[in-house]
Design a protein around this ligand. Structure first.
Ligand code: ADP
Ligand code: PHD
Length: 454
């Protein structure tokens, strides 16, 4: 049995959904279909999830929701009409949205989740109806009834272990299951969505639960490329990569797969294949536990912005027992996680995703570090990017860091931070945001030109 996830671009219009149906028909092993909300049909279009966020915001502000609501219903109505479905499905979707808008707004984040999740939920209902209309025996699956149970607030949303057992019964279904991505329910029945892009996670959870032979993730590119195709022209195609490599690359900018989507599949050794709905003949990129990495040391290069650094210096910091713990406790008290901690003997930097910081939080942290740790200097620097070189073969290659730093030097940019994880599967450079693109391009030239495939 195969689990297939179709992303927003794959279900953005009637034409795309017809391609999805053809892909499902072409292989009888494709029994569980996870769908996203309709995404962008063209450059500049708006994803249904973003329309829903606008709708929820309007409702929370107590403003008239009629126009925002009709935009969302309109997207589904035009898809349904083009697919030749009767208006009943559109009435079901309109009624569902009105029901969600009447939900309690006491906790705005839960209200947002209710409204956002309708994107995938209604997409699944519509696609199941379309499959049935063309003679495929298909059924919409409700994640609550199927048992996709997630953690309660204030914990980060994650599937609970029992979900896998609950969902495993889907393996016995004779019909094609159409499952909405992106959300689950807590024990008390509260709906919670995963982070943006989270339908990839749902697909992986289901693939692990039914111990699928393959998790196919259908998107709008033929494969995973060695660098973001929006930045590097015609990048090298990756045929096979390991879970670890994909995890590191999606951590910093490979938007093609959510970085939390690998663990469930990895734990059950389910291989993942990234494929193109618009070109299903293309074999795609296989993500597996091990691969031959003798040819090229670097598999891919990613880059992501939106990082800040908390810089702290104090003479003899290296001798002060408990300094690091006290500093990290201050961050924990502010509910902040960190990415890297490069350090010297008298100073250290804590790299943080900037979206976690507010001016008030920054002031409180700086005050507490000054008052409680009596440092010589503490300040925040924002606007950092991380550029990450990833490859299982890196640890067997000498001189690789020197080649990378030489390439960066050629751009004239300064390296603010270097971090090599002990697994040596990645090498991270902290750079200024304004230098990110030129560094990515130069590193790509250094390690991939003139190669054609990895
Ligand atoms: N290294 C990469 N390889 C392939 N695609 C990438 C890479 N980095 C970024 N992307 C982008 O990821 C996009 C697909 O992911 P996403 O927009 O989430 O699709 P979907 O709508 O299928 O969920 C591609 O259109 C591509 O622009
Ligand atoms: N629709 C949600 C979840 C998702 O996974 O979407 P996509 O498959 O389009 O990345 C989002 O936009 O975040």
């Amino acid at each position: 049995m195969k689990v297939c996830k179709f992303g927003g671009t794959s279900v953005a219009s009637a034409e795309q959904i017809q391609k999805v149906a053809n892909i499902v028909k072409a292989d009888s092993a494709r029994k569980i279909i996870v769908v996203s909300a309709p995404g962008k049909r063209f450059e500049g279009d708006v994803k249904v999830t973003d329309l829903l966020i606008q709708l929820a915001t309007t409702a929370l502000l107590g403003q008239d929701t009629a126009s925002a609501l009709s935009q969302v219903v309109g997207r589904y109505a035009s898809i349904a009409e083009e697919l030749g479905l009767d208006s009943e499905i559109v009435s079901i979707i309109a009624a569902d949205l009105s029901y969600r808008l009447a939900f309690s707004k006491e906790d705005p984040s839960l209200f947002f989740d209710q409204v956002k999740a309708s994107g995938e939920d209604n997409s699944a209902k519509l696609i199941a109806a379309y499959f049935s209309s063309i003679g495929l025996t298909a059924e919409y699956i409700n994640p609550k009834q199927a048992g996709l149970v997630v953690t309660e607030l204030p914990k980060r949303v994650q599937a609970l272990p029992e979900s896998y057992n609950n969902l495993s019964t889907l393996a016995n279904q004779q019909v094609i299951s159409v499952f909405p991505g992106f959300f689950g329910y807590t024990h008390d029945g509260t709906l919670r969505t995963f982070d943006r892009g989270g339908s990839d996670i749902t697909g992986s959870i289901l693939a692990a639960a039914v111990k699928a032979e393959l998790y196919e993730n259908f998107t709008d590119v033929d494969c995973v490329f060695a660098a973001n195709p929006r930045i590097v022209e015609n990048p090298v195609e990756i045929q096979t990569m390991t879970y670890r490599e994909m995890r590191e690359l999606s951590y910093a900018g490979f938007a093609v797969l959510h970085d939390e989507a690998l663990m469930p599949a990895f734990k059950e050794s389910v291989p993942v294949c990234i494929r193109n709905t618009n070109n299903p003949q293309s074999p795609g990129t296989m993500i597996v536990a091990e691969r031959d990495y003798s040819r090229l040391p670097v598999t891919g290069i990613s880059a992501d912005s939106g990082f800040s650094t908390l810089y702290v210096s104090k003479y003899l910091m290296n001798r002060e027992i408990g300094f690091g713990r006290k500093l990290l406790q201050i961050l924990e008290d502010e509910d902040i996680s960190y990415e890297h901690i490069p350090s010297g003997i008298d100073n250290l930097s804590v790299i943080i995703r900037s979206h976690q910081l507010t001016p008030e939080k920054q002031n409180r942290i700086v005050d507490r570090v000054n008052n409680e740790l009596h440092v010589d200097d503490v300040h925040f620097i924002s606007n950092f990017s991380m550029v990450v070189l990833v490859g299982e073969g890196m640890k067997y290659t000498t001189g690789l860091a020197a080649r990378a730093t030489d390439a960066i030097a050629r751009t004239g940019a300064n390296i603010e931070m270097i971090n090599q994880g002990s697994s040596e599967v990645s090498l991270v450079f902290g750079v200024l945001k304004e230098d990110e693109t030129k560094i990515l391009k130069e590193l790509y030239n250094e390690f991939f030109v003139p190669s054609l495939v990895v």
